[in-house]
Design a protein around this ligand. Structure first.
Ligand SMILES: Cc1cc2nc3c(=O)[nH]c(=O)nc-3n(C[C@H](O)[C@H](O)[C@H](O)COP(=O)(O)O)c2cc1C
Length: 166
């Protein structure tokens, strides 16, 4: 699928079939993340792939999107590696780029994803519960699986609204 088609096709998916994506497919999405740009090429991202039910149920307790987490066969906990970090703003931007690569790669492989940010309201608690250690700060959780139900239409304001006129 062409890149721009994938960008336009991707929508957040919050309901999934029970079919579990195989680990090679999930790895392909992480490979895409690995090739995201980063300041000084410091590659500050780290990923914890969660597939076991017990950990997914545990994660779900920390967010009001618990139904989404419980319904997804895969959750990827995306972290900033503080040991690698050199500039917080730039590192977070780089991780955003890595996350978008995951979403787009997943879409092109027929997988659905949703970027969950609300869970980071409790990021310290989640990190402690996952025993991630002091060097890793949670930036997001991505849920992943095969979509069920109709694709969301998606809504965006017109480009005109975003152009700064001088
Ligand atoms: C930083 C960020 C945080 C988000 N957090 C959540 C979230 O906690 N729960 C959720 O259901 N969707 C979350 N989303 C998904 C957005 O709601 C979604 O991307 C937006 O509504 C546009 O819809 P689309 O992704 O289908 O184009 C988040 C997206 C981003 C980029």
């Amino acid at each position: 699928m062409k890149t721009i088609e994938t960008i336009l096709l991707r929508r957040s998916v919050r309901t999934f079939s029970e079919k579990v994506p195989d680990s090679d497919t999930v790895t392909k999405t992480l490979e895409a993340a690995r090739w995201a740009p980063s300041g000084l090429n410091n590659q500050p991202w780290r990923f914890l792939v969660v597939t076991d039910r017990e950990t997914r149920e545990g994660l779900a307790r920390f967010t009001r999107y618990s139904e989404v987490v419980l319904g997804a066969p895969v959750s990827i906990v995306v972290c900033l590696d503080l040991a690698t970090s050199y500039n917080r703003d730039k590192d977070i931007m780089a991780i955003g780029a890595a996350i978008q690569n995951i979403l787009l790669a997943a879409c092109s492989l027929g997988l659905g994803t949703c970027w969950l940010g609300e869970i980071i309201n409790r990021k310290a608690e989640v990190a402690r519960w996952l025993e991630l250690g002091k060097e890793l700060e949670i930036v997001a959780v991505i849920v992943m699986g095969y979509p069920t139900g109709p694709r969301e239409e998606g809504q965006r304001r017109p480009l005109e609204d975003f152009l700064i006129k001088k």
